[in-house]
Design a protein around this ligand. Structure first.
Ligand code: HEC
Ligand code: HEC
Length: 464
């Protein structure tokens, strides 16, 4: 395209005026409606008489308590427990302590290295003293604010090495505030997962499986079985997505942004758990006190703080598949008293086992037997496809089989089978998949550990 000289001039003048400013224009943000957290359908449900089960004034109390404990979508915030003040624990980043107390799993070194890479153009511009070039499309709002503040403090002619150092530190040490993560969530997750994380965003009705409803605290593809997840479990989901479903990978974000999203998913999940717990208390006691609210909040936090202890880590040497272990896996798969996998997954592993379907006596139709915790029909997986939502490294399959899959009918095998048996099932499942990951003869050590040699050691001690 050729531009008329006059048009180019106007554009150039506009660009120059814009580039000359260090201050980024705040009005670049498009206008948009304010969103609110709503109460869940379970809280506002009507009883048989058409009256709400939870009276309107109690509903108002619940909404108020939740706002006090978790803030609003514009300004999400965890309320601090009194004892946290003494311990110096504050889950509202960026004052979140990194280390033994609470967060633990955020590796600052790796975060900073990643920030240095992610913001490399900004850092190069700062080092070259080209302030106007410190700009990118997806400049996150809180970083933009800090950058503007720093610029406002030091006029251009006074910017020396100290300024450069402080400016670089801003980018290298970046960790999003909860409100910035909520904004990122709004842009990238809300349309599927909903404002409250109820799995009910506008896109959700078109999806199968449905996006996760975080409010139960139930997550499927973790290392912790039925417990609430560890930070790393959620991080891994965001990093890798859920293969074979509409849940995408968000690897294009920086580590800091992904950790921020994890913080926000945790907040929504805890908020939902507290809401469910308050509804349960009211239904039982027909009243709700502020002590109940404090109790619910504390109990939910204790669960999340204990998640790390629940991780299933395999300490031993991961056994390599052999024709014998695969054959033994097949036996366990088919044995009703051992794995009993065939009853759901079918003798061929195609997800068509007898117990997965039942005849509807009214319509005479054959329908899925099982529903998940959210009331949606669920079918056993076709294992032949080799699409494993929780990851296809042997340790992933080991965890799925040993712990079962939370929120649905897939049972845990931990109580009936030894860890060797479970590895043999892993070998069998790997061997029948159309994308086999175990070649019994050519099995080098690397093969046995799946297809992600860079990220996993196969022993469950991986970072993400
Ligand atoms: C296009 C729709 C879509 C978008 C966008 C989306 N998700 Fe999901 N998400 C899903 C679906 C579907 C599942 C459930 C997959 C399943 O059950 O197998 C899911 C599952 C999850 C889970 C639960 C995984 C588990 O182990 O149970 C988390 C956490 C999650 N998403 C977070 C996010 C976050 C954070 C974002 C935004 C950065 C996001 N998702 C964006 C569709 C989406
Ligand atoms: C009661 C029915 C039932 C039984 C018994 C059962 N499963 Fe499943 N299994 C399921 C369902 C349902 C899913 C899909 C879960 C989901 O997507 O939430 C599943 C999923 C899986 C997956 C996919 C995991 C992933 O990451 O995507 C594997 C592997 C699996 N089962 C293996 C087994 C093995 C091995 C056994 C026997 C030890 C077994 N299952 C027994 C119902 C069952």
């Amino acid at each position: 395209m050729r531009l008329s000289p006059r048009f180019s001039l106007v554009v150039a003048a506009g660009l120059a005026a814009w580039l000359g400013a260090c201050q980024l224009d705040k009005d670049q943000k498009p206008a948009r409606p304010v969103i609110h957290y709503s109460l869940s359908a379970a809280t506002t449900a009507a009883g048989e008489d058409g009256e709400p089960v939870i009276p309107a004034d109690v509903q108002t109390n619940i909404a108020g308590s939740l706002a006090m404990l978790f803030g609003t979508p514009e300004n999400p915030q965890f309320q601090l427990l009194p004892e946290w003040k003494d311990e110096g624990f504050n889950p509202n980043w960026p004052a979140y302590p990194v280390g033994e107390d609470g967060s633990g799993e955020v590796d600052l070194g790796s975060l900073e290295a990643d920030n240095r890479l992610y913001w490399r153009r900004q850092i190069a511009a700062i080092e070259a003293g080209q302030w106007a070039r410190v700009f990118v499309q997806d400049f996150t709002p809180d970083l933009r604010e800090k950058w503007n503040e720093l610029c406002a403090q030091t006029p251009e002619e006074a910017r020396g090495e100290d300024f450069k150092k402080a400016a670089v530190e801003l980018f290298v040490g970046y960790y999003p505030r909860l409100s910035a993560s909520a904004e990122l969530y709004r842009q990238h997750c809300l349309h599927c997962h909903g404002a409250e994380g109820g799995g009910d965003g506008p896109t959700a009705p078109f999806l199968n499986p449905r996006p996760r409803d975080y409010r139960h605290g139930t997550f499927k593809f973790t290392a912790v079985g039925k417990s609430v997840p560890r930070r790393v479990d959620l991080y891994r989901i965001l990093d890798e997505g859920v293969t074979g479903t509409s849940m995408p990978s968000f690897r294009r974000f920086s580590q800091a942004q992904l950790h921020g999203l994890v913080d926000y998913v945790r907040l929504l999940s805890m908020r939902g758990m507290v809401e469910r717990s308050l509804v349960g208390t009211y239904v039982e006691e027909e009243m709700l006190t502020s002590a109940d609210v404090a109790d619910a909040y504390q109990t939910v936090w204790e669960k999340w703080n204990k998640a790390n202890e629940k991780a299933l880590v395999f300490e031993g040497e991961v056994p390599l598949p052999t024709p014998e272990t695969i054959a033994h896996g097949r036996e366990l798969f088919m044995d009703a008293k051992a794995g009993n996998c065939f009853s759901c997954h079918g003798a061929e592993g195609r997800g068509d086992g007898a117990s997965a379907f039942a005849l509807d006596p009214e319509t005479g139709e054959i329908k899925p037997t099982y529903k998940d915790d959210w009331g949606n029909e669920i079918l056993p997986r076709n294992l032949r496809l080799g699409i494993f939502r929780g990851g296809r490294r042997p340790i992933d399959l080991y965890r799925r089989i040993k712990n079962g899959i939370a929120g649905g009918p897939m049972p845990e095998a931990a109580s009936t089978l030894s860890s060797d048996d479970i590895w043999h099932l892993v070998h069998y499942v790997g061997a029948i998949s159309e994308r086999p990951q175990h070649a019994p003869k050519a099995a080098s050590h690397g093969d046995a550990h799946g297809d992600a040699p860079a990220s996993g050691d196969g022993h469950g001690t991986e970072k993400h």
